[in-house]
Write a protein that binds this ligand. Structure first.
Ligand SMILES: Nc1ncnc2c1ncn2[C@@H]1O[C@H](COP(=O)(O)OP(=O)(O)OP(=O)(O)O)[C@@H](O)[C@H]1O
Length: 554
């Protein structure tokens, strides 16, 4: 039998050969497998396995009892040694292990989970002679009981599971909302052994705006401030001050929280900023702001993709005024919670976003071809006449112009437009059809459409397909063809690559708060594989979603 260390050595040797053959990623793997810490870990693992095989059993189940006997029968120097606290502690630990007494045994988790279990934390603490080390307070308006303070070094602090601001829902099965704090304290005092708390933890938010404390003259202490950008996930650990909250960034890198403006403070700052900007009447909502983005088009069928370009241009012309109540002043924070899709629920809608020519259509096509029973796109509607070889419900749903317009009036389209006198559009029903069949619906839309698709029903997962550097585009798109806005296919030019990278960069900067994942479309094969795994994770792994999409009461 080869030991794990020997297996590792032979793998390192093989990977070493791959490095010399310049195999992609081999160098990183070689470095990882050759790391001294990995070898040390494996050695420890081998020792433990060997130890387990020996199945050692204690010579005596109670060594501390024996030491007591020795102590009472002999009065030599050695007895001083035996009675020292360290040796006593060691013997006591020995006995615990010998008797397999690894307690305390915690209560089993309750069988009935509430609907909003993903935001609930169940904390089980073992009560000893110490106080809990936490204080509570009651919100007089709602009657809700919150953890007010956690005393440093106390039981609650050492557990690391209760934090100021946590909402207390139950103590040992007793609902506490609406109770007087004294009553809750009585329940705690009367509890014996273990105490089971149900708490709704601190608030988690996603930043929908950028913030830099060093540029904010109103912050009480700029050095204690925390900068964040759109899309960042933040854990709000203290909301006791109505104007300035304390928060930590997720994934939790720093233990220390920073000061951030509360939602209302940030909103009034946004409003002030908006009015200070010159000629606000002409600053328009996002999709109309720059001409580079307006040439974005995506979709499956060429005519369907081409109407988007013309419609984008028309939209730009028609947008003339905005007010601070419009989407320019978006909610600064979005409250989020972890969500795990249940098997019986519909799949989340997958939205691909990308600059025109970056490869959104190619990736979507490949994905569907790879596994058509799992991935599908919605069938678009059109008012153009059906052609030979076409079938309604396959290429398009062919409908009359009147019916199409009736559907428009009834807000049945996610997006629609006209190209060469015919109407084209993607309906919400077509998306529902795919989802109801239990398949994953993959669509690509212009970025401003994301907002309308962000609903509790669709729970969209947005993947931004990003352009690699112009050098890499040049290498990978040598044989590729771009469809121009005049519907002509031709090879990519240097200008196309520069423009593609620029549009991609602008698009990311503008919409990044809506992106759940960013995928660089460099090597096509790699990008396709990555896309598959991102989508699988989006459907099967817990994800941060707006609470309004999850909670049943909203
Ligand atoms: N990673 C890649 N490597 C090489 N060629 C690619 C890659 N991705 C896409 N292509 C090619 O680039 C061209 C443009 O891709 P595609 O049609 O998918 O772009 P798009 O983002 O859908 O833009 P549009 O909406 O303007 O059609 C196609 O010929 C496609 O095969």
């Amino acid at each position: 039998d080869l030991g794990a260390t020997e297996v590792l050595s032979s793998v390192v040797q093989d990977v070493g050969q791959a490095v010399s053959r310049n195999v992609g990623g081999a160098e990183l793997l070689h470095e990882l497998l050759g790391a001294p810490w990995l070898r040390s870990l494996l050695k420890i693992y081998e020792c433990l396995v060997q130890f387990q095989r020996l199945t050692p059993s204690p010579f005596l189940p109670s060594a501390s009892g024996l030491s007591y006997e020795v102590h009472t029968h002999t009065l030599t120097l050695k007895t001083h040694l035996l009675s020292s606290p360290h040796i006593q502690a060691l013997l006591s630990a020995h006995d615990s292990v010998a008797q397999s007494d690894y307690g305390p045994v915690l209560l089993p988790l309750p069988d009935e989970h509430p609907e909003d279990e993903e935001v609930m934390r169940i904390v089980c603490l073992v009560k000893n002679n110490q106080p809990l080390g936490a204080t509570i307070k009651r919100d007089e308006e709602t009657g809700e009981i919150y953890i007010a303070r956690v005393i440093h070094g106390g039981l609650a602090d050492r557990s690391g599971l209760l934090h100021p601001g946590d909402l207390l829902v139950e103590v040992n099965g007793n609902p506490v909302v609406g109770l007087e704090p004294e009553k809750v304290i009585q329940i705690l005092i009367n509890s014996q052994g273990t105490i089971l708390f149900k708490v709704i933890p601190n608030m988690y938010i996603k930043a929908m705006v950028d913030y830099c404390p060093l540029q904010d003259s109103s912050i009480p202490c700029p050095n204690a401030g925390m900068a964040f950008s759109r899309g960042d996930l933040l854990e709000v650990v203290d909301q006791s001050d109505g104007q300035w909250w304390q928060a930590r960034k997720l994934p939790r890198a720093a233990a220390c929280a920073g000061l951030i403006p509360s939602a209302s403070t940030l909103k009034s700052k946004q409003r002030e900023h908006w009015w200070c900007q010159p000629s606000q009447v002409h600053t328009c909502i996002r999709p109309c702001e720059d001409s580079l983005l307006s040439v974005t088009l995506s979709g499956f069928r060429r005519s369907f993709r081409l109407w988007r370009r013309t419609s984008a241009r028309r939209r730009r012309q028609s947008c003339t005024s905005c007010s601070p109540g419009s989407s320019t002043l978006a909610t600064p924070y979005e409250e989020v919670a972890l969500y795990q899709r249940r098997p019986q629920e519909n799949h989340r809608l997958i939205i691909l976003i990308g600059a025109s020519g970056v490869g959104v259509t190619e990736l979507r096509k490949r994905l569907i071809k790879l596994n058509p029973s799992t991935f599908q796109g919605p069938v678009p509607h059109t008012s153009r006449p059906i052609r030979a070889g076409e079938q309604t419900g396959r290429e398009y749903h062919f409908v009359t112009k009147e019916l199409f317009e009736y559907m428009v009036c009834n807000h049945r389209f996610v997006e629609y437009g006209e190209y060469k006198g015919h109407l084209y559009g993607t309906s919400t029903d077509a998306i529902d059809e795919v989802l109801k069949r239990g398949q994953m619906c993959i669509i690509d839309v212009e970025p401003h459409i994301i907002q309308t698709l962000r609903t509790r029903k669709l729970k969209p997962y947005v993947i931004f397909i990003k352009a690699p550097s112009p050098e890499s585009l040049k290498q990978t798109r040598r044989d590729a063809q771009i469809v121009t806005r005049y519907s002509i296919s031709r090879a990519f030019t240097e200008e196309d690559f520069t423009e593609l990278e620029e549009v991609s960069r602008l698009m990311e900067a503008k919409y990044k708060q809506f992106f759940d994942s960013v995928l660089v479309n460099d090597d096509l094969q790699d990008a396709c594989m990555q896309l598959c795994s991102i989508i699988q994770q989006a459907q099967d792994k817990p994800q941060w979603l707006p609470v309004s999409w999850i909670r049943t009461d909203e």
